[in-house]
Write a protein that binds this ligand. Structure first.
Ligand SMILES: [Zn+2]
Length: 313
């Protein structure tokens, strides 16, 4: 499933491909993709004649902004957009086609058929499903340390499901949550409300670093997205922990483990992400002989707790 960096890459690519074009007509061949309005003929008719002004993003949703309308699109598992000429043969699994007045077409292809599209008047989209209850946007200016702390610090659930919950912070899925927790040295099952201020700060920085790196890596796949048939990479070259079970941890060399947290496959290093964070500072205290660990421990050099938050649960 695409996460924020992949959707952001699609957003940037689409911006270059379709902004300025005017929709002549729309063809829907799989009605279930269209969630709003209920009537797909109305969906097709309402879009005709509108010009695309911009492509935005909210969490993992694309917002195709037109003069007088906004189309909210979620790619879910396998959704793909591609720009074609109208004479190009229509590939299998193409469910929605936006025909432009210049003879090109934006085609939406979805093998799994889980993708969704909702049509709104501008601004209306934020008050309705699926965007209404979304949480903080991690690449926006409003994503400050304080806002992040406010959103998650009181949650009693394990940190991994808290980060996956789109009502607190949007855009993080299974891959980048594992990546961010690894970078921050936090065990995926640690209850969110037991994280120290230092740990929360490390996590905040780790989320930003992970997402920004992946977004930048995504930029390099834009070309293939345009020239190929709308395929986008998952940027696996930049993953440090996800999918590496049994392989040596990039920090300490110990084998990466895989477990299940909140029903999701979860990758972590038991050494770098101890389940008891008070343990990590203890280890740092007498682990002088463990040079490979040092780089990691330095990040948490000040993680000795002065509050009751670190008490073993
Ligand atoms: Zn490790």
């Amino acid at each position: 499933m695409p996460e924020l960096p992949e959707v952001e890459t699609v957003r940037r690519t689409l911006t270059g491909l379709i902004v300025g074009k005017t929709i002549q007509s729309v063809t829907v061949s799989l009605p279930r993709i269209i969630q709003r309005p209920d009537d797909i003929r109305r969906f097709e008719m309402e879009l005709a004649g509108h010009r695309i002004l911009d492509v935005g993003r909210r969490g993992k949703f694309l917002r195709i902004i037109m003069d007088g309308l906004v189309l909210v699109s979620h790619l879910r598992m396998e959704g793909r957009y591609g720009l074609y000429r109208s004479e190009d043969p229509v590939e299998k699994h193409t469910h929605v086609i936006f025909h432009f007045t210049d003879g090109t077409e934006l085609r939406y292809k979805d093998v799994r058929q889980f993708g969704t599209m909702h049509l709104f008047l501008p601004g209306e989209e934020f008050n309705h499903k699926p965007l209404a209850k979304l949480g903080l946007e991690p690449l926006d200016e409003g994503f400050t340390k304080e806002a992040f702390r406010g959103a998650i610090a009181k949650r009693t659930s394990k940190i991994k499901p808290v980060l996956l919950n789109q009502e607190y912070v949007v855009g993080l899925g299974n891959i980048y949550v594992d990546e961010a927790l690894f970078r921050a040295g936090i065990h995926p099952e640690q209850p969110a409300n037991t994280l120290s201020d230092t740990a929360l700060e490390s996590l905040y920085e780790a989320i930003l670093a992970t997402l920004n790196e992946a977004v930048n890596a995504g930029g390099s796949s834009i070309k293939s997205y345009v020239n190929g048939q709308g395929e986008m990479g998952m940027f696996q070259h930049s993953l440090r922990i996800y999918g590496r079970q049994g392989e040596p941890c990039l920090n300490c060399g110990q084998p990466v483990e895989k477990t299940v947290v909140g029903g999701r496959g979860t990758h972590y290093c038991p050494n770098c992400q101890p389940s008891d964070r008070t343990g990590s500072s203890v280890k740092a205290g007498h682990g002088g002989g463990n040079a490979v660990k040092k780089r990691f421990d330095n990040v948490h050099a000040s993680s000795g707790r002065s509050t009751g938050n670190g008490v073993k649960s």
